[in-house]
Design a protein around this ligand. Structure first.
Ligand code: PLP
Length: 473
């Protein structure tokens, strides 16, 4: 407890404030617990009716106030049924992690703290806990000693932040200060990407003024891995963007091989590793991770496989000076500089929530062993789903090296019917994708909450829907 400082004002006011906080927060706790207890029985996607009812949250702009308990009641009664069941263990859409119980708890505590993690002076705990969590993650992911990191909103912003550091470094090498001079008149930068580049990386390229349409695309192999044999010759300022954990197949670009071949060229090697990065902690997947630490920057997510609440992304850059040069907030006098590490010198934001708190809680709670178990377990479940669907005569389109599975149930129309059928059934949720010209159901197992029973229930439902979908009804 903090020592009480001075007089907190009239006793009555303090007591009333405390009572009000208790009334509201206890109600919120009860509602949250009821929501989470219900997950096992609910459909993974809201019904059209439940989506329609969300309009009840609207209406005319409130002119007068409403009791906070009534506000929470409306949020819960109308809002909760309109959620996707991604906190449950049977949501296999996109790459969506759950939130470990300790991270939800830490998130509530952090919400009560309401810290601004931009500067040490406005949140010593925010600044320190992020530094600690970043160092733990650096070690878990085997990144070079001395790499600097930052917490951002997700892999999109992590890609943006890393590529800003890259842009700084490759232009500095040719004598151009991009932060001061901008890009007008600057020597051109070549950005090389694989054919299977994630949309968020191109978004980052666009936001940085590097031109989405100017990237050089390199062909990929059958699993979506960039082909090192057809990389262009490197000349001038160049950023090579690789990927580990393809969103469809889970495949890894051969980062080690390419990073070694780039060594003499001066090119910057960046790795988009939104979920693939966490394979580093899992002994049976570690072979995929060969050479990843040889790159210059890495972008990853906390809200995917680390299973912390939204939003949470992490960026690491080998050269701390390059990250700082790209992100430094300059020296406005009122942003009192302490002699501590200032988080806002490493992130696009100044004010921001201390999202390192949940990552700290996850790692403190799981330890390296628990995290390895989470990654291994979800990969095993993905393999199990692939094996069972294959055994039933359906085609798995990818090598299941990680937690991603692509399944074809026959022709495109049939596969589309299975996907909409399983989504309507509600037992689990899987999306669709197009993989090298073929339509497929996409299964991603990324949540701590997924149990063997969830997997069994989901496989049974998919197989039932697949049989029903053989003929158009
Ligand atoms: C999810 C993902 C992203 C984008 O991450 P956000 O957290 O949604 O910003 C980028 N790259 C890859 C490979 C991804 O899987």
């Amino acid at each position: 407890m903090n020592a009480p400082v001075g007089d907190s004002g009239p006793r009555g006011d303090l007591a009333a404030t405390t009572a009000e906080l208790e009334r509201v927060l206890r109600d919120a706790t009860e509602r949250s617990l009821r929501f989470l207890r219900n997950l096992d029985r609910r459909r993974m996607f809201p019904s059209p009716d439940e989506i329609q009812r969300l309009d009840l949250l609207g209406g005319p702009l409130p002119e007068s106030g409403t009791d906070p308990i009534d506000v929470l009641r409306q949020l819960d009664d109308v809002g909760s049924p309109g959620t996707v069941g991604s906190a449950a263990g049977r949501y296999f859409g996109f790459v969506i992690g759950g939130a470990l119980p300790v991270t939800v708890g830490a998130n509530w505590v952090a919400g009560a703290w309401n810290q601004n993690a931009g500067l040490f002076t406005i949140s010593p705990v925010g600044a320190r806990i992020e530094q600690i969590a970043l160092e733990w993650v650096r070690q878990l992911l085997e990144l070079p000693v001395g790499s600097e990191g930052a917490f951002v909103t997700g892999a999109t912003m992590a890609n943006f932040t890393a590529l800003a550091a890259a842009r700084h470094a490759v232009l500095q090498k040719v004598g151009w200060d991009v932060e001061e001079l901008g890009l007008a008149g600057a020597p051109p930068i070549t950005v090389i990407v694989g054919e299977e580049v994630h949309a968020s990386l191109l978004k980052a390229v666009a936001m940085l003024g590097l031109g989405r349409g100017r990237v050089v695309r390199v062909p990929a192999d059958s699993q979506g891995r960039i082909r090192p044999d057809v990389l262009p010759r490197i000349a001038g300022p160049t950023i090579v963007c690789l990927q580990i954990g393809n969103v469809n197949t889970g495949a890894f670009d051969p980062v080690g091989e390419i990073a070694r071949s780039m060594k003499e060229t001066g090119a910057w090697v960046h790795v988009d590793a939104a979920f693939g990065m966490w394979a580093a902690v899992a002994p049976a997947r570690h072979y995929l991770y060969e050479g990843v630490a040889l790159a210059d920057s890495w972008a990853t997510d906390g809200h995917k496989w680390l299973n912390v609440p939204y939003d949470s992304g992490l960026v690491f850059v080998r050269s701390a000076a390059d990250l700082r040069a790209a992100m430094s907030a300059g020296s406005a006098a009122y942003l009192i500089q302490s002699d501590q590490r200032e988080p806002s010198h490493y992130t696009p934001e100044i004010s921001r929530r201390a999202r390192g708190i949940e990552a700290w809680a996850a790692i403190r709670s799981l330890g390296r062993e628990g995290l390895a178990d989470l990654v291994e377990r979800t990969c095993r479940f993905a393999n199990q789903i692939a094996d069972r669907l294959q055994a039933a005569g359906y085609e798995v389109l990818n090598e299941v090296v990680l937690n991603q599975v692509l399944v074809s149930f026959g022709d495109e129309a049939t596969t589309a019917r299975v996907i909409s059928g399983i989504q309507a059934d509600g037992t689990c949720w899987c999306g669709g994708t197009r993989w090298q010209g073929r339509f497929a159901m996409r299964v991603s197992v990324s949540s701590w909450a997924t149990t063997a029973e969830d997997v069994e229930r989901s496989i049974t439902a998919i197989l039932r829907v697949a049989v029903e979908s053989r003929r158009p009804r």
